[in-house]
Design a protein. Structure first.
Length: 277
């Protein structure tokens, strides 16, 4: 009896040990389009959906919300340890080329940005914004980077205010009369019919989920399958609606190639060979 009990305890210990080895927590870094507190609220439905989907594997995912774009850019440049990253095209390509992150999925919606203003400002066109206050999220957000394409002449620039805590916060700054215009993702502009679009940027592939090298292939497959089906799930649909995404689709080879060039003018940028430019 004693030997039987001993063997049962040993078997139970081995089973528990095996379960603890199999279980794993995976971290997903999220590009900071909101404050960390607001990001946690916005992404909570998606986190719930993914952890429910991964429960049979005994895995969990934790979303990591950087304080702001400056901290996020530092983490990307220094390749801070993380298992996955969800970010816009320029940051996706930067990390893929230099640290072998693998883009897996993207939003089906492409990304572009629009410059919005009140009627009287919009009537003057883009030239009317030279010297005017244009608000954006801090560098190296895509909106900030694309302002350089809209105003390529270094002596004919707007007064760029990188003070917005979110893209919608930038619009509120315009409404408050503290800026003449704001640059926001085009997907946001339809929420403000009382503002006028002065110009719209070129399109990019949508934000992508990338995996770090060394992430277990089984986990990559499980996360990919869960996100490809998220729009078919009641809870998942609510999660996507919160993020203004209709669904995720697979990334095609080379789709993000060259998008890292948007970052060339920003502090800390390094070419693929590691040299600073």
């Amino acid at each position: 009896m004693k030997q039987t009990l001993t063997r049962m305890c040993a078997a139970l210990s081995l089973a528990l040990a095996a379960g603890s080895i199999a279980a794993a927590e995976f971290k997903i870094a999220i590009e900071p389009h909101y404050s960390p507190q607001r990001s946690a609220e916005v992404y909570a439905p998606l986190a719930y959906y993914l952890n429910r989907a991964l429960k049979p594997l005994n895995h969990t995912v934790t979303f990591v919300y950087p304080r702001n774009f400056h901290f996020f850019w530092r983490d990307v440049r220094q390749n801070a340890p993380v298992d996955f990253m969800f970010a816009e095209a320029h940051l996706t390509d930067y990390r893929a080329k230099r640290f072998q992150f693998e883009p897996l999925l993207k939003t089906v919606e492409n990304t572009s940005y629009a410059v919005l203003s009140m009627d009287e400002v919009a009537a003057k066109g883009s030239r009317g914004l030279i010297g005017a206050r244009v608000v954006t999220m801090p560098s190296p957000s895509m909106g900030f980077a694309l302002l350089a394409e809209i105003f390529p002449d270094p002596v004919r620039q707007p007064n760029v205010m990188s003070t917005a805590a979110s893209w919608r916060d930038g619009v509120e700054i315009v409404f408050a009369g503290e800026a003449e215009a704001a640059i926001v993702p085009s997907i946001v502009k339809d929420e403000y019919p009382n503002l006028v679009v002065i110009t719209t940027t070129r399109e990019f592939p949508g934000p992508a989920l990338s995996a770090a090298p060394g992430v277990d292939p089984g986990m990559k497959q499980a996360l990919t399958e869960a996100l490809l089906k998220v729009h078919e799930d009641t809870d998942g649909y609510a999660a996507l609606n919160e993020l203004r995404i209709s669904q995720f689709v697979p990334v095609t080879a080379g789709e993000y190639d060259g998008k890292d060039e948007l970052l060339k003018s920003f502090f800390g940028y390094k070419s693929v060979d590691g040299s600073e430019e």
